[in-house]
Design a protein around this ligand. Sequence first.
Ligand SMILES: Nc1ncnc2c1ncn2[C@@H]1O[C@H](COP(=O)(O)OP(=O)(O)OP(=O)(O)O)[C@@H](O)[C@H]1O
Ligand SMILES: [Mg+2]
Length: 281
Amino acid sequence: MSIKFQKVSYVYSQGSPLEKKGLDNVSFELKDNSFTAIIGHTGSGKSTLMQHFNALLKPTSGQIEIAGSLITPETTDKHLKKLRRHVSLVFQFPETQLFENTVLDDIAFGPKNFGYDSEKAKASAQMWLDRVGLPKDIANRSPFELSGGQMRRVAIAGVLAYEPEILCLDEPGVGLDPRARAKMMQLFFEYQKAGHTIILVTHNMDDVAEYADDVLVMEKGRLIKHDVPQKIFNDRSWLKEHYLDEPRASLFASQLTNYTFTDLPLTKKELIAGIKYNLRK
Ligand SMILES: Nc1ncnc2c1ncn2[C@@H]1O[C@H](COP(=O)(O)OP(=O)(O)OP(=O)(O)O)[C@@H](O)[C@H]1O
Ligand SMILES: [Mg+2]
């Protein structure tokens, strides 16, 4: 069951003086169990696109097939519970949505809401508390007593605890220190390897290179490229033309003018392997 967008356009405040096109005729298909990165400048339509995956926004025209649901301009909210069980959207600063008295209750809220009985919801919450790297003894504390990074992990555990098939993340690492961000990215990567689909909006090209197997590039509400990271980042002049950054590893490799690389290194690991190969020659 792939994800299929067909000629999706979205207009904010249609018919008012503030009318603004958020998405312009966007079509693509994503494979199940893929890790897709959505990149593009600020205001290019990434978050607008993201909110279509779980029908928080519905297309003004076009249609979307996702997780067994069809979303069209006519789709009404009462048809969306099943969709939202399978497709979860995590915004920037998800910790602002914590509200229960204890960490465990907060994580268990999602599973309960989607029909787990109380015991099963608690067991799942306990398991995910551990998997996101939080200490067991915070289970009964108030989520509001935690550090920012811990609160973010509680919020994400609350989504993972009902195991959505498709996890959509809109810049989830914003405001975290590099180590906490790397740990979180690793968690999402493991979630994908366990058989789920990840869609990630990010400005961090190192994360795209490291984790994504598919990339959508947005510009002014339009999808201007859909390809694997290797192809996107290999075309350095195209990236430059569109003012897009490249991963640090490929930037570094491009400065090593007397080295030859059969494939452009995108990650630190590939860069080290490429340098070792050149030194052995
Ligand atoms: N609620 C809204 N009402 C009107 N216009 C909006 C609204 N939200 C977004 N837009 C406009 O739609 C366009 C796309 O915005 P969007 O938030 O999807 O961009 P983005 O790529 O996520 O940017 P960023 O990287 O800054 O998060 C922008 O021009 C923005 O000003
Ligand atoms: Mg955004």
